[in-house]
Design a protein around this ligand. Sequence first.
Ligand code: ADP
Ligand code: MG
Length: 242
Amino acid sequence: MASITLDSVTKRFGDDESIVAVDDVSLDIEDGEFVVFVGPSGSGKSTLMRIVAGLETQTEGDVHIGDSLVNELGPRARDIAMVFQNYALYPNMTVEENMSFGLKMSTSMSEAEIEEQVTSTAEMMDIGELLDNTPGELSGGQQQRVALGRAIVRDPNVFLMDEPLSNLDAKLRTTMRTEINRLQNDLGVTTLYVTHDQTEAMTMGDRLVVLDQGELQQIGTPLECFYRPANRFVAGFIGSPS
Ligand code: ADP
Ligand code: MG
């Protein structure tokens, strides 16, 4: 089970805790759902992802993954894969080594099982021909596929993606958008996807979470947010002009 529940989550930064990055956010995300987080720069999207990932501890509130509190789960039990905008691959390792590294570190699989899993994932991601290449020999889109492949090869419960396509050109973004949606449909992994791109927000997710200044503005299907924005902010940010 990989439902995710945020219960009045607040995160403050600074010596005097004067920066409120996330302000009393509560959310229920269902197992297998694809939820897109949108909002202007500084609205708390990345901080929220880092809290769900257990990389940052909230100042107040609880985060559950399934029935467990995220802060009580070790990294392995959390079983979360992340893809960020700067998806640094190891430059001196081949694609295969990049993809198998995490598996070797964190699982008890045999060499043969790891190789099998890496090969089948690479084929699914259409990078099967590139396993012996190093990242420097790949295009931006191929590198991004490797980053995605490296994340999903572990067969995670939860996928966190923080603006994973923002370094790609428009054409490649369109391709990768479709790719990520197809992948998520096939795997049924609960996915939290951060973007500031309007098209990604409107087309990719089951539901949209709109944030501004750390506060939840609206959660709903893209069409609900578009046609029935909860407030002026949502209307201005994604809603239809009325
Ligand atoms: P977004 O991803 O939506 O652009 P962030 O979550 O990165 O927003 O940031 C939300 C707010 O929290 C911003 O005001 C940012 O400056 C602040 N912030 C984020 N991380 C830190 C940190 N480690 N220390 C201090 N302030 C931070
Ligand atoms: Mg961010």
